[in-house]
Design a protein around this ligand. Sequence first.
Ligand code: CU
Length: 162
Amino acid sequence: MNRRTPLAPATGLMAALALTLALALALTGCSSGDGDRSSGQPELSVTGGYMPRPVSDLGAGFLTITNSGDTADKLTSVTGDISDDITIHKTENQKMMEVTSFDIPADGRLDLERGGSHLMFMDLKHRPQQGENVSIELHFEKADPIEVELPVKETTYNPAQQ
Ligand code: CU
């Protein structure tokens, strides 16, 4: 007997159903994709870094960390060859204080700038001159470490006043 003939209409129906199902899935995928575009990762980039030329064995560093991801992160520590004692400081009432971390909000940024939060370099192993670059590595709670070259600027340099 020939089983193809009686099955033919059913096959057509199955194909139609499969197509409908595929369309439904595509639509579902689309609308759920809207509410769930979370990558679950911070996406960090560093800009505007510099170190004012130190006049003692103490140095400061400034930079901006931008988080274009939808997950917050924290700057937790900084390392570098130029000093074994690099810490992160905030400034309150014109006094600086060491902190254990800085928040980097989701879709936001952390500004380390003159008069505010900064990187603090103690016991510099050498005093870098203007035009040199100081290599540091930023460490985060979630994201991978980021290596940054801080150009050494004149001692009074302040990009906010350029
Ligand atoms: Cu400080």
